[in-house]
Design a protein around this ligand. Structure first.
Ligand code: ATP
Ligand code: MG
Length: 167
């Protein structure tokens, strides 16, 4: 259904809040004014944002600082999660979205994970005809952006069944 993107993002922040508080993660949030409503599966987008926040926390720097920003660009809404971690080498940028793939380094081995988070995020974004973009370099942190088409008008008959959710 049509969703208030601010509410969707706020729900993800609330879900992440216990971790943020216990582990002393500094989270700054920036909403551009007058964000549009977007046609999306509320639960699936919340899960996607939580997956990105969880990665930013797990693979983040010390002390942990996460920036979440939401902006509009033409017909799309961009939800960006940026961390101050060690970053991801370019050769890994494609593979991290594969099921069960984890970068083979000390940091990944120290953190629990099955390698499914980003595969789910990519699946959800494709089901929305959107995409997920990684912007990262070793030593410069990582930013992941969910790009969500606003799709003011969507045919109701359009199946969104591949997310398993209801739109
Ligand atoms: P899961 O999300 O299923 O608990 P996971 O976090 O290992 O496990 P993904 O979220 O799919 O799986 O991420 C895949 C891999 O990409 C991670 O194991 C990690 O090596 C790398 N990665 C993901 N996000 C970041 C990040 N923000 N900074 C550095 N590396 C990252
Ligand atoms: Mg993950």
């Amino acid at each position: 259904a049509e969703q208030d993107v601010v509410k969707v993002v706020e729900e993800a922040i609330a879900a992440f809040e216990p971790t943020r508080e216990q582990r002393h993660v500094e989270l700054s949030v920036l909403f551009e004014p007058d964000l549009p409503r977007v046609w999306c599966d509320h639960g699936a987008i919340v899960i996607s944002i939580v997956n990105l926040l969880s990665n930013a926390y797990k693979y983040g720097g010390q002390p942990r600082k996460i920036e979440l920003s939401v902006a509009r660009k033409l017909g799309e809404v961009m939800i960006t999660v940026r961390d101050n971690g060690k970053g991801i080498a370019r050769r890994e940028h494609k593979r991290i979205f594969e099921k069960f793939y984890r970068v083979d380094d000390l940091l990944a081995r120290q953190q629990e994970g099955s390698g499914l988070g980003l595969a789910i995020v990519q699946h959800v974004m494709r089901a929305h005809r959107g995409r997920v973009i990684v912007d990262s370099e070793p030593g410069r942190g990582s930013a992941f952006t969910l790009v969500l088409p606003i799709q003011a008008k969507v045919r109701v008959s359009e199946p969104m069944s591949s997310t398993g959710g209801t739109a």
